[in-house]
Design a protein around this ligand. Structure first.
Ligand SMILES: Nc1ncnc2c1ncn2[C@@H]1O[C@H](COP(=O)(O)OP(=O)(O)O)[C@@H](O)[C@H]1O
Ligand SMILES: [Mg+2]
Length: 367
């Protein structure tokens, strides 16, 4: 029987699927090779935690997209081999992690980067929270990659990059102001017809295309999204997902400011994340959206954060871990196009996001 390796007769979609599996395997091989190089070094445990997390993420993604993959039936064997490879990476990583003493392990766990997706209804405060959280974590000495996955962008401004950034202009060093600010290649089998250029690793893409925001936060966006048809966003969204899913730096925090509405969570755009923040505002519809979103993202731990509340009661069944109050200074920062943390660092809402950062850091609680 002609297996998928027999070549020649694959559809673009099938080629893309196999390439996708191969690029995931390459990512795990790379983080693993780095971990193996750390023999005897203090970062060894952290590096293996990075391997464990990376392989687990791809296993999760494989489970989530299992139905779709199985429709490409003839790749059952490739899928099994892929899963086995990921499982053995997890097993090997756990062996290394268990071999160190508890204090070393705890220290590594604290340094392991957070991977957080922020979802919720439009206007609930996803962008304010993502940006402020990113800046706060960066000030605590953490390395931050903040990604705007919303085709109605705003994260650049809330991070303090000013107007005009995040629209595909002036991103990265030496990047031309026109053209898609991402290393992408056309492929008929990829969603929207484009994917991350072959041979470009997620880390290289971040290096090349992320703008540098205040406090050293690295910022990635979907490109020139203000243009008609959102052409650039279509060309970059698959690459963005590949970058976030495959970004193997073990000690970097990755924050994704997600698009409002149910489409992207339904398609598991949060798959890069280990945790999801569901932001809910006081409006009834915001509660409704949060309730719809929760079951779509609960393959990872979720927390509800209430934002912009004055004295309205919590939504029933949506107990927040934290309440960020309505704060007129935050709203004013937005009108001026500046970052809340720069405009009103002592505002109650900014202080509340500091508490949120504390909740996520592993030394506080495990969510
Ligand atoms: N705690 C808050 N108090 C007052 N205004 C807020 C607060 N959080 C967000 N805002 C404002 O509400 C609007 C929507 O917030 P934003 O973060 O852009 O939401 P989203 O990204 O979910 O669409 C913005 O104008 C923002 O400045
Ligand atoms: Mg937003």
């Amino acid at each position: 029987m002609a297996g998928p390796g027999a070549g020649g007769d694959r559809s673009p979609r099938e080629t893309n699927f196999l390439d996708h599996l191969n690029s995931q395997a390459a990512v795990v091989d790379a983080v693993r090779a780095r971990a193996e190089e750390t023999a005897g070094q203090p970062d060894r445990c952290l590096a293996w935690m990075g391997v464990e997390r990376q392989a687990e993420r791809y296993l999760r993604e494989s489970r989530a997209s299992g139905g779709a993959a199985r429709r490409l039936q003839r790749f059952e064997a490739e899928l099994d081999a892929h899963r086995e490879g990921m499982e053995s990476a997890v097993t090997d990583a756990r062996k290394e992690i268990d071999a160190v003493d508890a204090a070393t392990r705890d220290a590594a766990r604290r340094r392991l980067g957070l991977r957080i997706a922020v979802v919720g209804k439009g206007g609930s405060g996803k962008t304010m929270i993502s940006a402020t959280l990113g800046r706060i974590l960066a000030r605590q000495g953490r390395k931050i990659l903040a990604a705007d996955l919303d085709t109605c962008p705003g994260l650049a401004i809330s991070l303090g990059l000013g107007m005009g950034m995040g629209m595909g202009e002036g991103e990265g060093e030496g990047e031309e102001a026109t053209g898609v600010p991402m290393s992408v290649e056309e492929h008929a089998g990829a969603a929207y017809g484009w994917r991350l250029a072959s041979g470009v690793t997620p880390e290289q893409a971040v290096d090349r295309h992320a703008a540098i925001a205040p406090d050293g936060v690295r910022f990635l966006s979907l490109g020139k999204i203000d243009e008609p048809e959102k052409q650039a966003a279509k060309q970059t969204v698959v690459a963005m997902r590949q970058i976030l899913n495959g970004f193997g730096e073990p000690d970097w925090d990755v924050l994704g400011d997600m698009e409002a509405g149910p489409t992207t969570p339904f398609e598991h755009y949060h798959s890069f994340a280990d945790r999801v923040i569901v932001v809910v505002g006081p409006a009834w519809r915001s509660g409704l959206t949060a309730r719809r979103l929760l079951p779509m993202v609960n393959d990872v731990p979720t927390v509800v954060v209430a934002n912009r509340f004055r004295d309205e009661p919590d939504h029933e069944g949506l107990e927040p871990v934290l309440r960020i109050p309505y704060d007129s200074e935050v709203a004013a920062a937005e009108r001026l196009g500046v970052a809340p943390i720069d405009y009103c660092p002592d505002a109650a809402a900014v202080k509340a996001v500091e508490q949120l950062a504390g909740l996520f850091l592993p030394q506080e609680v495990s969510l």
